[in-house]
Design a protein around this ligand. Structure first.
Ligand SMILES: Cc1cc2nc3c(=O)[nH]c(=O)nc-3n(C[C@H](O)[C@H](O)[C@H](O)COP(=O)(O)OP(=O)(O)OC[C@H]3O[C@@H](n4cnc5c(N)ncnc54)[C@H](O)[C@@H]3O)c2cc1C
Ligand SMILES: *[C@@H]1O[C@H](CO)[C@@H](O)[C@H](O)[C@H]1NC(C)=O
Ligand SMILES: *[C@@H]1O[C@H](CO)[C@@H](O)[C@H](O)[C@H]1NC(C)=O
Length: 664
């Protein structure tokens, strides 16, 4: 199904179709050649007024038709040019012509044709004009070169799409070979070199070195295709002024490139991104790609807008250009793109995530509307259709997941464990075994009268099918933050400490836990409630596995003690590292009764935990060591970088970092 979507999108993009000048170079050359003569319309311009006059003139119609019929090289090109000329008269001259009308006038005109003379540009012509091949040559060259420029630009745009397609294709092959056959297509050495030297995160926006390499290549490609290969020769009759011509060409180039980045931006951002499944890359990685594509799309759009604004001021008057609807919607689109960029800055997201999300979606939809009206007469609508298709597809799949897979409104039980932790129990959906994998996450929307205004939000949580809890329920452990989770924690519960409410469940998402082999060893390193992202992996892990759980709230252990006992009973080693020391009796008692808790006082260095993990892997002679981490952002980064340091090229034991991120 997911593959179908990809194919469908590609199909839509193939319908990319551009009108105006590049639709038919033949028709444009003839229209421009013929408009130079005096047809009694009082000018040679391109305005609606002019077309109204010319399209009513039988001699002009015959001349243009004859030009098309005699200058065209094949039947297909000629009939397409007839249709184009008729459409021009329809759009600009309000004349209801079709292609065959022009063909008939062309045939009729052959009996009356005369060769143009120098006088015909000054004195009104009362008969159809033939084509002077010598004079016509420049028209033909001009439009075929403009045509070529635009077609080339479209290929450049596709080139940028292929850049990502190639990257994702490699990831997909890698992912499937690994998942199905445990074959690493790059070989152990190359993989280790990548891990050691390319995967560490840098200070540059927290990107990994590998990401920086990829994005630099993409930047270079984008800059090159935007700046190079402007091969239209001068003079060009389409735009006689060389400077304006240059602006026009840049305008087309940047506009089309910006367009080809739109579907990428959208597909990387949607919840049901099919590439997550194909490549096995986490959603958080695609959010980075989403940002990169969006930034380049907006920059190209800005150049496009700036160039055309400049053009309008020079060719002037600006007001004549800006009255057209496509112009106004173009301005709206560019402004929206930048508003979206600015409201996505991290500090705004952390300050008010939900507001960010609502505005982000609204602006995204409005952006599609603006691009629709920007292009509905200019062409390239295939790209706009693809955005609509992607958005609709995402909504449909969500609807399906909520109402079919998870059967719509579900009665859930929320237990307020303490002021920092909630436990949510969900009846296991019937489709669980088919649809879910251990470690999947779902998005919850809560429908509960006292907090009714929260029902529009949907929050991601990892569902746990715990072996120590009834097999009929799924459990979610929630760390109370400042938004919806805080509202839930403040609700009045019954005397047993829980309450029931309705919820919509959108899921499952994520590729879930890896299926391990007996020779593997899994070491989980979790911070706080991040342990929920790791438990599903550990339930299925071989006995030679270990959990490090860093907490600052001693009570967290109580919440999950049965699950931890289960892991220990399976022979796993569990270490809970308590970072806060409060000397209350409860805590002391807890530590005493749970020998796996050690009071650290400070947060342990992740490098030490990783070093321990690697030692552990070696001790149990694992072939593959999986270090699964889930914690706050900086913790995951520290773990990732420590793993890179620990990897030695040529090392026998393969080390993998499996990141279960709770943030993006
Ligand atoms: C894949 C995944 C799995 C998760 N699993 C768990 C889990 O099992 N247990 C758990 O306690 N937490 C989990 N989280 C984190 C949880 O989603 C957030 O803590 C929760 O949404 C915060 O809600 P709030 O309104 O109280 O947050 P606020 O206090 O308003 O915001 C705190 C932070 O939470 C994040 N956040 C808020 N809303 C959303 C949203 N709709 N989508 C994504 N991020 C958001 C933002 O980074 C925000 O800065 C998971 C997150 C992800 C991405
Ligand atoms: C044929 O062309 C001539 C010259 O343009 C024009 O005067 C005449 O009306 C046309 N006849 C028809 C039937 O279109
Ligand atoms: C075509 O135009 C050129 C000048 O542009 C002129 O010299 C030539 O004689 C014309 N040819 C015909 C057949 O009229």
């Amino acid at each position: 199904m997911k593959l179908l979507v990809v194919l469908f999108t590609l199909f839509l993009l193939c319908a990319v179709h551009a009108l105006v000048i590049i639709d038919s170079a033949l028709a444009s050359s003839c229209l421009y050649y013929m408009k130079g003569f005096n047809w009694g319309c009082g000018g040679t311009g391109q305005s609606h007024h002019m077309y109204k006059c010319r399209c009513a003139n039988i001699d002009w119609l015959g001349s243009v038709g004859n030009c098309i019929a005699t200058q065209g090289t094949n039947a297909g090109e000629i009939s397409h040019a007839f249709a184009h000329a008729a459409l021009r008269c329809k759009q600009r001259g309000n004349k209801d012509y079709v292609g065959s009308d022009i063909r008939q006038w062309a045939e009729n005109a052959t009996a009356y044709l005369q060769m143009p003379t120098a006088n015909d540009t000054k004195v009104q012509v009362y008969h159809p004009l033939a084509v002077n091949e010598t004079d016509f040559a420049i028209y033909e060259r001009s439009f075929s070169q403009i045509n070529h420029h635009v077609l080339k630009t479209q290929w450049f745009g596709w080139g940028l799409v292929f850049f990502w397609a190639a990257l994702l294709a490699v990831h997909t092959v890698f992912n499937f070979m690994w998942r199905l056959f445990r074959i690493n297509i790059f070989g152990a050495t190359l993989y280790q070199i990548h891990q050691k030297y390319l995967s560490p995160k840098t200070a540059f926006f927290g990107l990994s070195r590998w990401n920086i390499v990829i994005f630099s290549l993409f930047t270079i490609q984008t800059v090159l295709v935007s700046a190079l290969s402007y091969t239209v020769e001068l003079p060009n009759v389409y735009i006689k002024d060389p400077y304006l011509l240059k602006l026009d060409l840049i305008g087309y180039r940047t506009g089309i490139i910006s367009f080809s980045l739109m579907p990428l931006t959208f597909i990387f951002g949607i919840r049901n991104n099919p590439f997550c499944w194909l490549t096995g890359l986490p959603h958080s990685e695609f959010i980075i790609y989403h940002k990169v594509a969006a930034i380049f799309m907006s920059i190209e759009a800005m150049i496009h807008s700036a160039v055309w604004t400049h053009y309008a001021f020079i060719a002037g008057p600006y007001t004549v250009w800006s009255v057209d609807a496509y112009w106004k919607w173009g301005v709206v689109g560019t402004i929206l793109a930048f508003l979206i960029l600015f409201q996505s800055f991290r500090f705004i997201r952390t300050l008010m995530y939900e507001t960010f999300l609502v505005v982000h979606k609204l602006f995204g939809w409005l952006f599609i509307v603006s691009m629709w009206y920007h292009c509905n007469i200019l062409g390239w609508m295939g790209w706009v259709y693809s955005l609509i298709a992607l958005t609709a597809y995402d909504r449909l799949v969500r609807f399906f997941k909520i109402f079919v897979v998870n059967r719509g409104f579900t009665d859930i039980i929320v237990t307020v464990v303490d002021e920092k932790v909630l436990r949510i129990s969900i009846p296991k959906p019937m489709a669980y075994d088919v649809a879910y994998r251990p470690g999947s996450h779902v998005y919850l929307s809560f429908f509960h009268w006292p907090i009714w205004y929260q029902c529009f939000q949907s929050h991601p949580f990892t569902v746990i099918s715990s072996p120590v809890v009834s097999s009929k329920v799924l459990t979610i452990y929630v760390r109370v933050k400042k938004g919806t989770t805080a509202k839930l924690a403040k609700l009045r519960t019954n005397e047993k400490g829980y309450l029931s409410m309705w919820a919509l469940i959108d899921g499952p998402y994520g590729e879930g836990a890896v299926s391990y082999r007996e020779t593997d060893s899994v070491v989980g390193i979790a911070g706080g409630m991040g342990v929920c992202g790791i438990l599903p992996s550990l339930y299925n892990a071989p006995a030679n596995s270990k959990l490090y759980w860093v907490i600052n709230n001693a009570n967290d252990v109580v919440v999950l003690s049965r699950d931890i006992d289960y892991l220990i009973s399976r022979g796993m080693d569990v270490k809970v590292l308590l970072t806060s020391v409060d000397e209350t009796d409860d805590t002391l008692l807890l530590v005493k009764s749970h020998p796996y808790i050690s009071v650290e006082g400070t947060r342990p260095a992740m490098a030490d935990l990783v070093a321990d993990a690697v030692e552990f892997g070696k001790k149990v002679s694992a072939t593959d060591l999986f270090i699964v981490s889930c914690g706050a952002g900086s913790m995951d980064t520290e773990i990732g970088n420590s793993i890179s340091k620990k990897v030695e090229v040529g090392q026998k034991m393969a080390i993998h970092h499996q990141l279960e991120s709770f943030t993006w």
